[in-house]
Design a protein. Sequence first.
Length: 383
Amino acid sequence: MADLLFKVSPNIVLGSYISSRLGLYAKDFGERYMVIMDPVLKEVRNTGTILDSLSVRNVEYFVFDEIDFSSDTETVRRALELARNAHIQGVIAVGGSSIFGIARTVCALFYQRQDIYGFLDGERLAGETLPLIAVPSTIRSPFLFTDVVPIIDARSRQLKVLKVQSGLCKLALFDPNLHVSLSANQVGSIALETLGIAVEAYLSQKANFFSDMFAEKAMELLGGYMNASESEVTTSSPEVLLSQGGCLASLAVSASSVGPATLVGLSVCARYKVARPLVTSILFPYVLEDVAKYKKDRLARVAQLLGVSVEDPNDKDRMVSLLAEKIRHWIALANLPARLKDLSLTMEQLTIAAEDASQLELINGMPRSMGADDLFELMKTSF
């Protein structure tokens, strides 16, 4: 097991309608904010409560939502120019992982003189940052509490990882009510991706007793949600289970690492604008089957946490097999694609994505030593 190196920096608040108190919390960090918001939020749910909470507290803000499918360097440059011209004192991010990527990069670069591409090419980021308040509208934020930001280089559409100053996120508000208006298909894919993130943190070579604590509880909660969707009894609402599980999965990753499904999903999304949750959900059971050759005991524990049972508890091969079947069953229930070819991807495209992923520092956190060939074999199996 890896040594533990973990810094707790953000305050985390989780509760129903907690986003309506955003203005109260924001006053602790500044009076003028840029609100970076997923443009889809305007279409699928009422964001008035979030913004009204700023207005009633006399917090000045303007909304930046000129964002395409995913975050890239040119979007960051536009947002950064607006932020500097407005002399903001902080950033509020409302959305998913791509929104947080833009927001965290703006906070990291706000006081820097160099261009973003210099830092992507290896210059070290240091010095003062803007405070960030994060309000996840989806349940998973695998990099929110880390010092890395996956970002797309607009020059090449290649995924890069930007190392930023620690402690960027000062506050994270997890509000279960923000997930209510997502479609069943969206919730299904996001729930499976979040569960996959927790499992990856548990299987990573960087896992430790601290990350295991968060990952195991996250799997228990998310498994409870997935099983409840099959009409099993639960004492908590589905939205609360998802928020709690997503928060803990994010914390688990911050003390451990993401795995191959997330890494490939990020690379495919960057290159070809395919939704990351779809890619990671497809890869999930294949990752389990690959890791079974090396970490059978850990996977047997995952199976127990997700409600897999066998007559002989020592039959770990059977438990791992049933675990992969259970994940595939959940994928089918969510009406999600089961193969990468169903996403109109070609083998040539997957080769490039595997090469991109293998060049990132995140490759060092896989369950086993992996390179471009290993990632491509995983994708080929799930094609």
